[in-house]
Design a protein around this ligand. Structure first.
Ligand code: OSB
Ligand code: MG
Length: 374
């Protein structure tokens, strides 16, 4: 990877955006999206934006906005200052950060801003940095747990009419076989999958086996958030491919899970694996048909980064990157990300992110901000 330009300042902003629809999963109900937006400027005035796309509560993983903030200010940003004296690249950055265990989302947000800055300073698209090859990406939508099946079916109709090419529903005990059966009855052979966010144990194997009859693309993270081994026992019993999300934090985890049969598919969330560098490594190692790009209800900034990642060849399975309007009334970028009526998002062509960051909108959503001279 190329060396970076000389860095001048980094600004981190905690933001909170209202969601247009509450998003209920087996671990909680979100009505707002929290994140830390990262802005890095170089000596020539180029600016790169990234997103630390954690949540406000530790239901999905241990990291939250309130853990990522001090990790960034106390440990990760000071290492950037050390690197700035020489020229540095992504390898050098991750070596410097290696003594900071875990906290992948905190690292990923800063790495993303650096990569966007690299694109800007070289007058390239971020897609050139991420190895994008496609002009547009096929995409899907992740639908939260609803109060009843008719509401769920209505919601799915709306998204199918809008063009989305794949439907994912959140499940938990008591909201699994029946909603899936109702979807198959009403919508037939659509691309359909489920995500349990760790709501089951091996004691639930009989219920999970019932899902086999519905031809699901995959079942995402059925068992514990930190497990790899028990998922292997489950995968051995199921026809439906298991996909791991929460359990995978780096390329080593991904290889272990795939090689030992704990899953057949990996949901790559760049934040969860410590950034785009690791995300690309996993995509290269695991390969086409066995990876796809998940989401964390990102603002437009994280969303654009994910679009460029999915424009790589390995990403053939439609991901969780929906249009801005599925999440927010006013996104932080101009224009909003749109999904066409065939369910595709166009990959931006311009310099850097290819979209303008709406700094008025960012300011309106900001709760606190800190700037550091690098
Ligand atoms: O498990 O994939 C998940 C959102 C927040 C936290 C975890 C998950 C999700 C989603 C939504 O499924 C994906 C998206 O639309 O960004
Ligand atoms: Mg998931």
């Amino acid at each position: 990877m190329d060396p970076f330009p000389t860095l001048r300042t980094i600004t981190i902003r905690e933001v909170q955006l209202p969601l247009v629809h509450p998003f209920r999963t087996s671990f909680g109900n979100a009505t707002t999206k929290h994140a830390i937006l990262v802005e890095i400027e170089d000596e020539d005035g180029n600016v790169g934006w990234g997103e630390t796309t954690v949540e406000a509560t530790p239901g999905y993983c241990y990291e939250t906005v309130d853990t990522a903030w001090p990790m960034q200010t106390k440990f990760l940003i000071p290492k950037l200052k050390e690197l700035n004296s020489d020229q540095f690249d992504i390898d050098a950055l991750h070596k410097k950060w290696a003594p900071v265990r875990g906290h992948e989302f905190a690292k990923g947000g800063i790495e993303a801003a650096l990569l966007a800055l690299l694109a800007e300073s070289q007058n390239k698209s971020l897609g050139d940095i991420y190895g994008s090859t496609k002009d547009k990406i096929p995409t899907g939508v992740s639908i939260g747990i609803q109060t009843d099946i008719s509401k769920l079916l209505d919601r799915i109709s709306t998204f199918i009419d809008q063009g989305y090419r794949r439907i994912k529903i959140k499940i938990e005990p008591g909201w699994d076989v029946e909603p899936v059966r109702a979807i198959r009855e009403k919508f037939g052979d659509i691309l359909l999958m489920v995500d349990a966010n760790s709501a089951y144990t091996l004691d639930d194997i009989a219920i999970l086996k019932q899902l086999d009859e519905f031809g699901l693309m995959m079942i995402e993270q059925p068992l514990a958030y930190n497990d790899i081994l028990q998922h292997k026992f489950l995968q051995d019993e199921l026809q439906t491919p298991v996909c791991l999300d929460e359990s995978i934090h780096n390329p080593k985890d991904a290889k272990l899970a795939i090689d030992h049969g704990s899953c057949k598919i990996i949901n790559i969330k760049p934040g969860r694996v410590g950034g785009y560098y690791n995300a690309i490594k996993i995509a290269e190692e695991v390969g086409v048909g066995a990876v796809w790009c998940g989401g964390m209800l990102e603002t437009g900034i994280g969303r654009l980064h994910n679009i460029f990642l999915q424009a790589r060849d390995e990403f053939s399975i439609p991901g969780d990157t929906s249009g801005s309007d599925r999440y927010f009334a006013n996104d932080v970028i101009n224009p909003a990300v749109r999904v066409d009526d065939q369910g595709y998002i166009a990959v931006p062509k311009g310099r850097g992110l290819g979209y303008e960051v709406n700094t008025d909108q960012v300011d309106a959503y900001t709760i606190q901000a800190m700037s550091y001279r690098l």
